[in-house]
Design a protein around this ligand. Structure first.
Ligand SMILES: N[C@@H](CCC(=O)N[C@@H](CS)C(=O)NCC(=O)O)C(=O)O
Length: 235
């Protein structure tokens, strides 16, 4: 692909990060355009039907939205394929990729709780999706470290941002949850160490995520140490 790619983003958006992981893993050159979530420009609203990021602009002529559609487009157009070659394996990968919306809601919902009671209630909902992924990893028929074995896949790109957000939350308020799911724990560790994941965000992503908690006045913000470096606006 020799197209000029521009990824429209908010600095801490996990859905943008998913697209960025695919771009990084495939070593596709791209530019990133951070827009202000509180003042989304007209040109952006014209190309983003839900006013959300990510949007991938291609040669200034086409605009793709929805992180899954963007990831699939990149996988179809730029080698190497991150999806498995086998159609059954690919369908199973897509099924688990679909599940990321449920998984991400559990994690994000807890992080953005407005009170301790809400936080406790939402944390209690996390083991169910964690257990489903644990079972999928246990039954995947390979030794990892990624979902399909040694090669990073679109499933990995989808879950990594939310496992990273879970880890940020766990560091603020140790939950002792992921340790009960050994396959998920090992997968999380492998994903957070993957070069494509590490380079998929601004370097100060954790501090920026902390700032979001403050900006949104979430209950977890009270556990953020003061003096967090100024980094970013909200996702
Ligand atoms: N299903 C979308 C979700 C994207 C999404 O929710 N992006 C957030 C930022 S992380 C957003 O743009 N939110 C703005 C809003 O909801 O108004 C995708 O996968 O791309």
């Amino acid at each position: 692909m020799a197209s000029r790619l521009m990824l429209c983003s908010f600095t801490t958006c996990p859905w943008v990060q998913r697209a960025a992981i695919v771009l990084r893993e495939k070593q596709i050159p791209y530019e990133i355009n951070y827009i202000d979530p509180d003042q989304r420009p007209e040109w952006f609203l014209a190309i983003s039907p839900h006013a959300k990021v990510p949007v991938l602009q291609i040669d200034g002529k086409h605009a793709l939205f929805e992180s899954n559609a963007i990831a699939e487009y990149l996988d179809e157009t730029v080698p190497p394929r991150l999806h498995p070659a086998d159609a059954i394996a690919r369908a199973r990968n897509r099924a688990w990729t679909d599940y990321v919306t449920t998984f991400s809601s559990a994690v994000t919902g807890a992080a953005y709780a407005d009170s301790e009671e809400e936080f406790v209630a939402r944390i209690a909902k996390i083991p169910a999706p964690f257990g489903k992924i644990e079972a999928a990893l246990a039954e995947r028929g390979n030794a990892g470290p990624y979902f399909n074995g040694p090669k990073l896949s679109l499933v990995d790109a989808a879950y990594a941002p939310f496992l990273q957000r879970y880890t940020f939350m766990d560091r603020l308020r140790p939950l002792g949850l992921i340790e009960r799911f050994p396959h998920l724990l090992a997968w999380r560790d492998a994903l957070l160490a993957a070069p494509a994941v590490k380079s998929s965000t601004i370097p100060e992503i954790e501090a920026a995520w902390h700032q979001n908690l403050h900006k949104r006045k979430r209950w977890l913000a009270k556990f953020v140490a003061q003096g967090v470096p100024a980094a970013a606006t909200a996702q």
